[in-house]
Design a protein. Structure first.
Length: 449
């Protein structure tokens, strides 16, 4: 039987009969590779080499799910996007090698020219040294976060704990937390140090000690988003737990099935109540704690506890224990608004659908848009206003996105791939308008189909 059409990629080219050769004398056709895309049977292709990752996926440092999303597919571009030290990683791949694609098999799928040009683009940005980080940039960035933390304490020490001072303190702490969130994102993507282990170590410090969260939780969740952005069942960021319907296909599917967990035609209104206010203080907080305890991740738990020990040591003398809890909860509440609006403006208004097995460049561009550059937008969004460049090259230091942007735009224009750039306020407004559009699609299908 042929590959599962709902889960496995189908290339435009027909299969080529296998023959002897490769490791252990085995050559494979795409048709054969595509059959191995199931939970207990996973193969993938990297640089025409075929690997059986069925058992090893459980030990994958980036998480089992992210590598499993490429079962039965060509993972070449994803492999290079996520691994800044590919030669080191290949040592782990060697025992998994079972053969290679037959010489008569196509290198690429129906988007051959797009993929070739993207790989040429990657070579171009590598030659331009755009993967080299500037240590001073990240030192100053960390310094401004620590300065904000100190400023909030100085404010209370010098002027007391009145309502005005407390509100100002909360704003300063919210800014520090949001900026620490963007900084941990840099280390989590291995974009600061040359050696991955140093990125991992400082990542635990920033997300754990400065934010009270878990590095492993973030890695396993966020890498899936990057591997398959805006793809249902693969990108956890579009799993709305039936609270919202997204895109153009899910609302219709819900409507036809008469699913009405909430009045989705009003989701653009109740989003303001359940989205920005609750994501970090409720949903993420519960998920992080559950993940650390269920996986017995005591290292991340220790880092997270170090944040709360430091926080209570600093603020209990001013507000008492309950007052300190109220303050940190309010800070999380405000940070959550900042985080949701910035992270969703790049994705929710874009294409959200089931797996289409597109090439890396097309898949990222249909799911991602940019926001205009300015000093404020760069700082406010942690340079995620260059979301397109970040998604194409997740290990690139963010201070180089602006240099890569013209090269990326040129490739997109050549192939007629939309490269969207919006104002900050247009990005915010598009979140709400896209939710309304999806809600209207649901209502129409619910009533008439």
């Amino acid at each position: 039987s042929g590959p599962d059409k709902n889960r496995c990629p189908l290339l435009a080219h027909g299969p080529t009969p296998g023959s002897s050769g490769g490791r252990n004398g085995v050559l494979y056709t795409w048709e054969e590779v595509q059959k191995h895309c199931h939970k207990m049977d996973k193969w993938l292709v990297i640089n025409r080499k075929v690997y059986n990752i069925t058992e090893w996926a459980k030990r994958h440092p980036g998480g089992m799910r992210v590598i499993s999303h490429y079962a039965g597919e060509d993972a070449t571009d994803a492999f290079h996007a996520f691994h800044p030290e590919p030669e080191f990683v290949r040592k782990f791949l060697k025992p998994l090698l079972i053969g290679e694609l037959a010489p008569s098999e196509p290198n690429l799928d129906r988007q051959k020219n797009v993929m070739q040009d993207f790989r040429a683009l990657r070579e171009q940005v590598e030659k331009a040294d755009l993967f080299r980080s500037d240590p001073l940039f990240f030192c100053l960035y960390l310094g401004h976060i620590l300065l904000l933390e100190a400023l909030s304490l100085f404010l209370l020490w010098n002027w007391g704990t009145g309502w005005t001072q407390t509100l100002l303190c909360a704003v300063i702490l919210t800014t520090a937390q949001s900026q620490a969130g963007w900084l941990q994102h840099d280390f989590g993507h291995l974009s600061v140090f040359k050696k991955s282990r140093w990125n991992h170590l400082v990542h635990k410090f920033v997300i754990g000690h400065l934010k009270g969260a878990s590095a492993n939780w973030w890695n396993h969740r966020h890498f899936q988003h990057h591997a398959k952005p805006n793809i249902f069942s693969k990108d956890p960021d579009v799993n709305m737990l039936h609270a919202l319907v997204l895109g153009k296909t899910q609302p219709v599917e819900y409507g036809i099935k008469k699913l009405k967990y909430l009045p989705y035609n009003h989701q653009h209104q109740y989003f303001f109540l359940i989205g920005p206010p609750l994501l970090i203080p409720v949903y993420f907080s519960i998920q992080i704690m559950h993940t650390m305890f269920s996986r017995r991740d005591w290292v991340d738990l220790a880092w997270a506890l170090s944040y709360y020990l430091r926080y209570f040591y600093c603020y209990v003398p001013y507000y008492g224990f309950l007052g300190s809890i109220a303050l940190v909860t309010f800070v999380r509440f405000m940070e959550s608004h900042w985080f949701v609006w910035v992270t969703q403006m790049n994705h929710i208004p874009m294409d959200i659908d089931h797996e289409k097995h597109q090439d890396w460049l097309t898949m990222q561009l249909v799911a991602t848009c940019n926001i205009e550059q300015s000093f404020f937008n760069d700082w406010f969004s942690g340079h995620l206003n260059f979301q397109i460049e970040h998604h194409l090259f997740p290990t690139m230091p963010r201070h180089n996105y602006w240099r890569a942007a013209p090269m990326v735009r040129a490739v997109c224009e050549k192939h007629g791939i939309p490269y969207q750039v919006k104002s900050l306020w247009r990005g915010f407004a598009d979140i709400v308008s896209s939710l309304k559009e999806s809600g209207d699609l649901w209502l129409d299908a619910y009533l008439h189909k």
